[in-house]
Design a protein around this ligand. Structure first.
Ligand code: BV8
Length: 244
């Protein structure tokens, strides 16, 4: 029995003709590596915590040690996992077209670990730690204990964008520019709920650029995408790339 996934000819033609591709990725792309998404019930120790409370300046202000512990737990989990076929397919795709930009909401660094070279991190990176006062990078080894800034003594914090914080201007500008020049935009493994990242595929639609979504669930983007494939990124992306 032919178990090969079937994709519409129109989608395959668009992807075969695309030379500039942007892939917006969310937590769902790392899900098959074993990294829980924000929508998953928090695991074990964190079952009673709400990321929307912990991933905020107020949450850090109220209990810096608790927030630091949560990120240390996530960092340890991420250090123990590998990129999955979705990450590898995106890294391979880069070698098939003129320009391939990964715009990620994820902070796990798995795209880079899989070999993607052009990765725009909209929400920062959990492996970097900054001074909570001036946001300068701290060169520290993560040994679990919460570091203090050697310059001013302020507590260290993860170099990630919390809810209510601005996204890195350069990454967001570069992402917008890449979208504006794209032949096709893919929205992969994201609930399309977190702004302003979720507005990037909408900008593509407004420019008449075809949008492909891959997600096992429906999202607010699904009805507007040219094609919305109900499936796991780790299954769909390698198969799609193979059929181009
Ligand atoms: C800001 C880093 C303003 C931290 C994160 C309108 C405009 C502007 C802002 C807002 C707005 N409306 C609301 C806001 C505020 C807020 C926001 O969007 N809130 C939401 C909850 C409504 N936005 C912000 O606060 C942003 N800041 O706008 O500042 C400002 C302006 C001026 C001056 C000062 C400030 C900052 C947002 C960034 C927050 N930080 N991460 C950390 O990681 O700890 S966001 C965080 O949530 C992650 O990055 C994660 O990626 C994201 C959740 O989204 P997803 O990636 O989509 O993940 P999710 O779990 O939701 O969904 C997973 C999906 O995968 C699901 O759809 C599932 O079906 C699918 N899936 C599962 N398995 C698979 C799969 N798909 C494919 N394959 C699979 N195998």
């Amino acid at each position: 029995m032919d178990t090969k996934m079937k994709f519409g000819e129109r989608l395959l033609d668009i992807l075969r003709g695309a030379d500039r591709i942007v892939a917006l990725t969310g937590a769902g792309v790392s899900a098959e590596s074993g990294v829980p998404t924000f929508r998953d019930a928090q695991q074990g120790l964190w079952a009673d915590e709400d990321p929307l409370q912990l991933a905020t300046p107020e949450g850090f202000e109220a209990n810096p040690a608790r927030v630091w512990e949560w990120y240390a737990w996530r960092r340890t989990l991420i250090n123990g996992v590998q990129p999955n076929p979705a990450h590898h397919a995106l890294a391979a795709w880069e070698h098939r077209v003129g320009s391939f930009t990964v715009v990620t909401q994820n902070v796990d660094g798995l795209h880079q670990k899989a070999g993607s070279r052009r990765v725009l991190e909209l929400h920062g990176n959990i492996h970097r730690t900054i001074c909570s006062r001036d946001w300068e990078l701290l060169a520290i080894k993560h040994d679990g204990s919460q570091p203090r800034c050697p310059r001013c003594g302020a507590l260290g914090r993860p170099d990630v964008v919390w809810f209510g914080e601005m996204l890195p201007v350069q990454a967001l500008n570069d992402a917008s520019a890449a979208i504006a020049q794209a032949d096709v935009v893919m929205s992969l493994g994201t609930s399309s709920l977190v702004q302003p990242a979720a507005s990037l595929p909408v900008k593509a639609l407004e420019l008449g650029i075809p949008v492909l979504e891959v997600n096992p669930q429906q999202t607010p983007l699904s009805a507007h995408a040219l094609v919305s494939l109900r499936g796991k990124a780790g299954d769909v992306l390698p198969e799609l790339l193979m059929q181009l």
